[in-house]
Ligand binder design. Structure first.
Ligand SMILES: Cc1cc2nc3c(=O)[nH]c(=O)nc-3n(C[C@H](O)[C@H](O)[C@H](O)COP(=O)(O)OP(=O)(O)OC[C@H]3O[C@@H](n4cnc5c(N)ncnc54)[C@H](O)[C@@H]3O)c2cc1C
Length: 439
């Protein structure tokens, strides 16, 4: 096992790792990415299956960062598609445009009345006390709406209750509607499109990963290199394939609960803190259907407990070339977490319940033929901002700081980062690597 000295070793070839490598190149410095899988791209990978293309969860670009837009545009050239987002919701037999709060029209009268009554009441509470996400939802939308829609969605999507979540992740994700907007959406024939995704970009061919062609092509990536051990004193990496490598600086986008146990000498309290960090895992059920026009919506949110999926997307609305001629596709997301809702059994067991649910709510018609089906489990999906997160994260990041290991990305920062934010997080970590004393 020969040891090679790498000036900056980067763990993981997702957006964060690619961002780190890109920054080093821009600074005229070398970085090597080590990736455990046999393909690069992390979560942004797109998979070709029997003429269909499925991303690892629906991935569209809605970045406002002009530099990143330019990079993506350069990667796909004239293949860039710009799509106006139409997003909707399904609740107890009703199809409602997103967000529901400004589209109450068409719901049962008693629901609409209760939502508006409680909304007005909530807005009249001066200085409401907000200790958790449930408090935030009630203060923002009123009790009836909060309980009927976002609190139910939270249980499905985050696998825990809104009362168990903090609010530091919310940002622009949930629209704060004015009374006028709520009333307009309840009474008027049309309501404005107010979603944090108004329009998005997607490559015509090959799925989201096509945006990263240049970044992947320009980076030195060693695939099938799963880091299994790190000696921060000797600055040495050990890989599952038997290879060892010395590094000058180390930038990691490996999920923290996996990273910490790999580090020699990580104290028990740090390991325990890393184990307290919670994240959802998602079972993606990918279906190919012998009908192209399955839905007008790019994706739909589902609130009913009886339906296993939280969100269902329709990739053909991203690009007509991600399904064979005359066919359409569906990607349903079913959420679990080790901490709150463990996935018992095989991911494949969710295919039939998903198909059954899609039939019950009318997404699939009785005569639709499923021509492709698979379950794709994704181990790390969305960070759960539960009450334990902040304190545990402080311990973990403090330890990494002392060990001289730089972290980045969604699962290194342990935040709700989109692709563009993961990329810039990688860039910042590379910048910190360059500032470390040379060795
Ligand atoms: C369902 C879903 C839908 C999403 N949709 C969107 C969207 O529409 N738009 C958007 O902008 N963002 C979206 N995101 C967020 C986006 O996926 C992330 O922000 C981004 O991809 C994170 O990149 P990353 O590099 O931080 O992590 P990752 O992409 O997970 O990269 C980490 C890499 O590290 C590798 N790795 C792990 N362990 C080891 C090890 N021991 N040794 C070596 N390598 C290792 C992994 O294989 C992986 O390649 C979505 C996320 C999910 C879960």
């Amino acid at each position: 096992m020969s040891a090679t000295r790498i000036p900056v070793a980067i763990l993981g070839s997702g957006m964060a790792g690619l961002g780190a490598a890109h920054h080093l190149r821009e600074c005229g410095r070398a970085g090597v990415i080590f990736e455990k899988k046999s393909y690069p791209g992390g979560h942004t990978m797109s998979h070709k299956r029997d003429g269909f293309v499925f991303d690892e969860g629906p991935h569209v670009s809605f970045t406002r960062d002009e530099r990143l837009r330019g990079m993506f545009e350069q990667a796909v050239g004239r293949e860039l598609l710009k799509i106006n987002a139409y997003i909707d919701n399904y609740w107890q037999g009703h199809w409602v445009r997103h967000p529901v709060i400004t589209n109450l029209r068409g719901l049962p009268a008693e629901t609409t009345i209760a939502c508006i009554r409680d909304y007005v009441e909530a807005k009249n509470v001066p200085d409401p006390r907000i200790d958790n996400y449930e408090d935030w939802l009630v203060a923002s939308y009123g009790r009836s709406y909060a309980e009927t829609f976002p609190m139910r969605y939270t249980e499905k999507y985050h696998t825990t209750s809104a009362a168990n979540l903090t609010t530091d992740w919310v940002g622009p994700r949930l629209y704060q509607a004015s009374l006028e907007e709520v009333l307009t959406g309840a009474i008027a024939a049309e309501s404005p499109n107010i979603h944090y995704v108004q329009d998005y970009r997607y490559p015509a061919h090959d799925g989201f990963i096509a945006f990263l062609r240049h970044l992947i092509g320009g980076s030195e990536i060693r695939l099938d290199h799963e880091v299994t051990g790190i000696d921060p004193r000797q600055r040495e990496l050990r890989f599952g394939n038997g290879v060892k490598a010395e590094y000058g600086s180390l930038v990691s986008s490996v999920p923290l609960p996996d990273l910490i146990p790999m580090i020699d000498g990580a104290p028990r309290e740090v390991r325990e803190a890393a184990a307290r960090l919670a994240c959802t895992k998602v079972v993606l059920v990918n279906l190919g259907v012998d009908r192209p026009d399955i839905s007008r919506a790019s994706w739909t949110y589902f609130y009913d407990r009886e339906l296993p999926f939280s969100r269902v997307s329709f990739p053909r609305t991203f690009s007509p070339y991600v399904a064979p001629e005359g066919a359409g596709s569906i990607q349903a997301e079913v959420y679990f977490s080790n901490k709150y809702r463990p996935l018992d059994g095989a991911a494949e067991a969710w295919i039939d319940p998903v198909i059954d649910g899609l039939r019950r709510c009318g997404v699939l018609r009785e005569d639709d033929r499923i021509i492709y089906r698979e379950a794709m489990p994704i181990e790390y999906a969305n960070i759960i901002f539960d009450r334990e997160r902040a304190a545990a994260l402080e311990v973990v990041h403090g330890f990494l700081e002392d060990a001289g290991i730089l972290w980045c990305g969604r699962y290194g920062d342990w935040g709700y980062l989109w692709t563009d934010e993961a990329f810039t997080s990688g860039e910042r970590a590379a910048e910190r690597a360059l500032a470390q004393p040379a060795r």
